[in-house]
Design a protein around this ligand. Structure first.
Ligand code: SF4
Length: 248
């Protein structure tokens, strides 16, 4: 018997999640309360909140998988989903970049050097990709067909260079079927997306920012406008690569 679920079985189990699993917002709320009551400085509150809320999305997916009795077949070095368009807010881009600034020197340098090569090598495809209107119906497929890797994807290991701070779409897209469906199709139908968890993560992140803002703290994001500004991840990183840390 195949160890992989087929599409119909995946739909059945996801229906089980839809029908009788409820996300408990208390997991997200407790992170907000704990950090706002802490003695951490403003930047620490933001960055710890960012990382803990991202991780909480992983935990929530684990809980749902246990409920539905399924485990993803995604594995290290399989990165077909790293060719999808990843759209994030300016606030998230700034938090990612700030985290990368705090990476150990060698790790950070490797990323910055990779971006130098990446943005030169993929200039033509990027010109096309970053001009695709991500609100258009076919935007995802059009982008994926360009075969443009994410700028965070390490070409030597085929792994994410900022795995612990990878954005929500990279965490919430999981394949419970045979991994070959991702290799053989631009838009495989089998993978399941828990993208609805974005609202819990972003709602909590927004609450943290709003509380700090109303308290008159100095923020490294422009609140609230950065929450509403969205673009492709490569577009934000391209700006950073061309103009340095103050680019955004
Ligand atoms: S941020 Fe990381 S996990 Fe997400 S698409 Fe890019 S390389 Fe892949």
């Amino acid at each position: 018997m195949s160890e992989y679920l087929n599409h119909a079985e995946i739909l059945n189990r996801c229906e089980k999640i839809n029908q009788n699993y409820e996300v408990d917002p208390a997991f997200f709320d407790s992170i907000i309360d704990e950090l706002l009551d802490s003695d951490f400085d403003t930047e620490e509150v933001i960055l710890k909140g960012f990382k803990r809320l991202l991780k909480e999305v992983d935990f929530e997916i684990d809980r749902m998988e246990q409920h539905a009795g399924m485990k993803p077949n995604c594995f290290i070095g399989c990165a077909f989903c790293c060719y999808f368009p990843i759209i994030i807010t300016k606030m998230e881009a700034k938090m990612m970049l700030k985290e990368i600034e705090h990476f150990p020197k060698d790790r950070k340098q490797k990323i910055y050097q990779h971006w130098e090569r990446y943005f030169a090598e993929h200039q033509t495809k990027l010109d096309t990709a970053l001009n695709i209107d991500f609100n258009e119906e076919d935007a995802k497929l059009t982008y994926k067909q360009l075969d443009l890797p994410c700028p965070m994807l390490d070409p030597e290991t085929n792994t994410c260079m900022a795995y612990e701070i990878r954005p929500i779409p990279c965490r919430t897209y999981l394949n419970y079927a045979n991994p070959k469906v991702c290799a053989e199709n631009h838009m495989p139908k089998e993978p399941f997306s828990y993208e609805f968890l974005y609202d819990y993560y972003m709602g909590a992140m927004n609450e943290i920012m709003q509380a700090l803002y109303e308290n008159g703290e100095e923020l490294f994001v422009d609140y609230p406008s950065d929450v509403w500004s969205q673009d492709y991840l490569p577009a934000w990183l391209k700006r950073r690569n061309e103009e340095g840390d103050e680019a955004l």
